[in-house]
Design a binder for this molecule. Structure first.
Ligand SMILES: [Zn+2]
Length: 193
């Protein structure tokens, strides 16, 4: 089961997805609200925090989660603040009851990852693409519009034949028609480059 702990929160935060099951994981920590209480509405403990990238709106709740649950974090680059353990490009990561493939997808930020599970039919795409054919901004530090287009192309190729029905984005609603939605984001990102 996947629950967005940031739903209804008006503070500046990313979506923080609680994935329950064999390994209960929070995908992104969020910022500027009491995510610990939000997690505790659903589960007593957390096994891991997995980060799509380390922008402040995705990681600022990490210290509170560490203190409450004694939990460690996984992300692309353990040299970054708030990242304890590395997830390499192509690695398999268990979220809830399913294995997800990690894809390194820079462009919005150098350490950006997306996670896709054929078994679950679900993906987490962080700030790479959003619903409505939108895509991650590249005007911040480490932003690279060309790399972003290549990363969306990689996501588009990975979705081909994967049977993924839902992509959970770092902001806004989920993408319910991933093939069409990512294709629209790709067109828009190419146009903006
Ligand atoms: Zn971001």
């Amino acid at each position: 089961m996947i629950t967005n702990c940031s739903a209804g929160v008006s503070a500046f935060t990313c979506n923080a997805y609680l994935v329950t099951g064999e390994r209960t994981v929070l995908v992104d920590a969020g910022a500027n609200y009491d995510v610990v209480s939000a997690v505790r509405e659903h589960v007593a403990d957390l096994d891991a925090v997995v980060l799509t990238h380390t922008h402040p709106d995705h990681v600022e709740n990490v210290p509170a989660l560490r203190e409450a649950f004694g939990v460690e974090t996984w992300g692309f680059d353990p040299e970054r603040e708030h990242v304890d353990h590395a997830i390499a490009d192509g690695a398999s990561v268990t979220l809830g009851d399913h294995a997800y493939d990690a894809l390194h997808t820079p462009g919005h930020k150098d350490d950006h990852l997306v996670f896709l599970s054929r078994a679950a039919g679900v993906g987490f795409v962080g700030d790479l693409v959003f619903a409505g054919g939108s895509f991650g901004r590249t005007d911040l530090e480490e932003g690279d519009a060309g790399a972003l287009v290549e990363s969306i192309e990689r996501l588009d190729a990975a979705l081909d034949g994967a049977g993924i029905g839902t992509l959970h984005a770092g902001h806004g609603p989920e993408i319910d028609d991933p093939r069409d939605g990512v294709a629209a984001s790709l067109r828009a990102a190419r146009f903006a480059r």
